[in-house]
Design a protein around this ligand. Structure first.
Ligand code: CU
Ligand code: CU
Length: 331
């Protein structure tokens, strides 16, 4: 496993930050940093000469690897009592989160974040959970449900199973995550995902996207070394998200970052509407949203122009350590 410290990663990222397209993120002392970077060979190779968009962006994998995490299953119309079933299996899995950087994750169904779970208010949600991992785990859902379905008291040992079943409510953007102790570790290792409950009154049709913000502490010092949306550094810089101008884009955004108190999403060159927790009539009009650990919400936007729109954490360090991408807005 590659040894990556937060400091080394910052140094390695410096030449990227100084690239013309990222002028505003220029890192001080970049000449010296670039020099040292040359000696951090495995990262320099991946990060050092990158243009920060397209093939040069230091992201792992192919263009459709994260489709299942980015594009939620379709919303279904309100039909109280309908059964919605999912199967989640906890698995230990080493995942490549940045080129050459592997993280010994604990996952739901092999990915970090785990699969998107979606139901409509009034559905009966049934989640069959099997623990094929090496530690005791649970699934704790945000939302309203009986406490014996809360994923806190019924710890599922290695090899065990549990069926969570409850009515999905309230409509909103929620989260699910493991609630075994030590909690910080179980969450940080990767056991979390987006949990969308569609309101009875359906939202307008849209190009729907899911973004779960996270971090990875790859050297076990209690600080994150890398930050991403949907699990891989700079993935949407390498593969910008294509959307259509003037058509509604809806983003379900959640913060599953451990160790750092807040994370954020900032969009360049346009404004969006933001509904905290995806509930109520409380919409804000802004170009930045800050979420504490576990917070989430719904963003809506119709891009007014075509072009390449950057989005990233407004914590510059998070940006340089992987949490940055682009929308490709087309007609
Ligand atoms: Cu766990
Ligand atoms: Cu939680």
């Amino acid at each position: 496993m590659a040894k990556v410290t937060r400091r080394n990663l910052l140094l390695a990222a410096a030449p990227i930050a100084a690239a013309p397209v990222l002028g505003k993120l220029a890192f001080e002392g970049d000449a010296a940093a670039a020099d040292r970077t040359a000696h951090h060979a495995h990262h320099a190779a991946a990060l050092g000469h990158a243009a920060m968009i397209g093939a040069g962006a230091p992201a792992v994998g192919g263009p459709h690897d994260l489709d299942a995490l980015l594009h939620p299953p379709p919303a279904l119309p309100y039909e109280p009592g309908r059964l919605r079933e999912y199967t989640l299996t906890a698995l230990d899995k080493e995942i490549e989160v940045a080129p050459g950087v592997f993280f010994p994750a604990w996952t739901y169904n092999g990915t970090v974040p785990g699969p998107v779970i979606r139901a409509t208010e009034g559905d009966i949600l049934r989640v069959r959970f099997a623990n094929a991992g090496s530690h005791p785990h649970t699934i704790h859902f945000h939302g309203i449900h009986p406490t014996n379905m809360d994923g806190v008291f019924e710890i599922v040992d290695s090899g065990g199973q549990f069926i969570y079943e409850f009515e999905a409510r309230p409509g909103g953007m929620h989260l699910y995550h493991c609630h075994s102790t030590p909690l910080k570790k179980h969450i940080h290792k990767g056991l979390y995902g987006a949990f969308i409950i569609d309101p009875k009154e359906p939202r307008a049709p849209a190009q729907e996207l899911v973004m779960v913000m996270n971090g990875y502490d790859t050297d076990g010092d209690g600080e994150n070394n890398l930050y991403t949306v949907n699990g891989r550094t700079f993935y949407y810089a390498r593969y910008p998200i294509r959307v259509k101008r003037s058509e509604l884009v809806r983003i379900y955004l959640a913060n599953a970052t451990e160790f750092d108190l807040v994370n954020s999403l900032h969009l360049h060159a346009d404004f969006f509407r933001y509904q905290p927790t995806g509930t109520g009539d409380n919409w804000e009009y802004t170009d930045i949203v800050v979420q504490a650990q576990g917070q989430r919400g719904v963003l809506e936007i119709e891009f007014a122009q075509t072009g390449t729109f950057m989005f990233h954490a407004h914590q510059s360090e998070f940006t340089e350590l992987g949490w940055m991408g682009f929308f490709d807005v087309v007609d």
